[in-house]
Design a protein around this ligand. Sequence first.
Ligand SMILES: Cc1cc2nc3c(=O)[nH]c(=O)nc-3n(C[C@H](O)[C@H](O)[C@H](O)COP(=O)(O)OP(=O)(O)OC[C@H]3O[C@@H](n4cnc5c(N)ncnc54)[C@H](O)[C@@H]3O)c2cc1C
Length: 413
Amino acid sequence: MRVTVIGAGIVGLATAWWLAHDGHAVTVLDEAAEPGSGTSYANGAQLSYSYVAPLAEPGVLSNLPKYLLDRNGPLRFEPRADPAQWAWLLRFIGACNAGAAARGTASLLRLAFASRDALYAMLAQTPMQFDHVRNGKLVVQSSAGAMRAAEAQMRLQATLGCEQQALTAGECLALEPGLASIRDRLTGGILTPSEEVGDCYKLCLELARVLATPEFGTTLLLGTRVERLVVEAGRLRAVRTSKGDHDADLTVLAAGVAARALGRSAGVTVPVLPIRGYSITAPVRASNRGPRHSITDSARKTVYAPLGGALRVAGFAEIGTRGPTPGRVEALARETDAIFPGACDTGSATTWTGLRPATPTSLPVIGPTRIQGLALNAGQGALGFTLAAGSARLLADLVAGRAPVVDPVPFRP
Ligand SMILES: Cc1cc2nc3c(=O)[nH]c(=O)nc-3n(C[C@H](O)[C@H](O)[C@H](O)COP(=O)(O)OP(=O)(O)OC[C@H]3O[C@@H](n4cnc5c(N)ncnc54)[C@H](O)[C@@H]3O)c2cc1C
């Protein structure tokens, strides 16, 4: 089959890998000059297979006033006169209940584990270098209540196949002496030895390299902006681009936050809203003062990942902000210096902001749409690096008509 994939981020490129692997003739379109230069560029670097619980959970609603009022908090919501934002929020609020959160966690965990297997299968066939290590993840807590909630989630996840252990504050410090600066507020942590980190942008470049080899024979058309999708009589007729029309037997929309507008041009609702986040990447100066594992500071909602010779620090979630909020990357640098003093050179850090393509339930939308010849693979939100390989594998299974790697129903567009 001739397949067009729109988007050369981690989701689109992984999709191209699995479809080309199945023998399809794949063309990937992206408006950018380089693969991986959208949200996949400098994310938190976590392959966080055991931390996939949806953002919508019962506790969020009681904190909503705080998110509206606290302009400097880790989560921020700015209401806008945008019907799509309100439709998204209503669905999000509808998903803020224990039942939906537990079902969402179970579906996402299955997709995450399939994703780990899919990534390992890809690497076994086509080795790719992207600073990929399994260094484990330690999520530290700063109040007794937060630690109890984390232990309850750990017990739930144990029933779903996760291997995690609760550590006391002392055990956290023994494992990560660099955390001594937050000794006073540390109440414990959850350790997940199987978690991994990697450089998502480097993996995108490696995927583009592999896809261009004769074994995969994929065409990558960069600098090609998709203007809209042309539908006739319920069938996708063409992908209209800045360089002319493309027709294919199947088009997969994997354009991250742009999937909503492009889907709309075909009359398909893609329930994706951008959630802005920020990162800094600072060269490591004294590795003995920095983290060995990937660390999440749960109270501050900040992640720290040792990546190559640097520390990648990511955080903040903003809905509805019109552009980057001043002071965010400086705040990440200050937090880094406070939690791991002297570990890295935050003064010469590179900084970045990106938009998570988030659905109200945190479940991505994967599979065929009601428009013949159009499929979606979008909405991986805060977990696109983690979920990309499994999402791509699931889409390829559905296209091939073989037994899907996970139950596709929760992810149906
Ligand atoms: C601060 C931050 C930290 C994060 N940390 C993590 C993490 O630690 N672990 C994790 O798993 N995930 C993380 N994420 C989420 C992850 O980065 C995203 O889910 C993932 O990158 C989305 O990939 P994508 O391919 O869907 O989108 P993108 O990478 O944005 O790719 C979409 C592509 O579509 C192209 N495109 C868009 N419109 C058009 C058009 N009209 N025509 C042609 N091309 C178009 C864009 O140029 C882009 O290349 C984080 C995100 C942020 C913002």
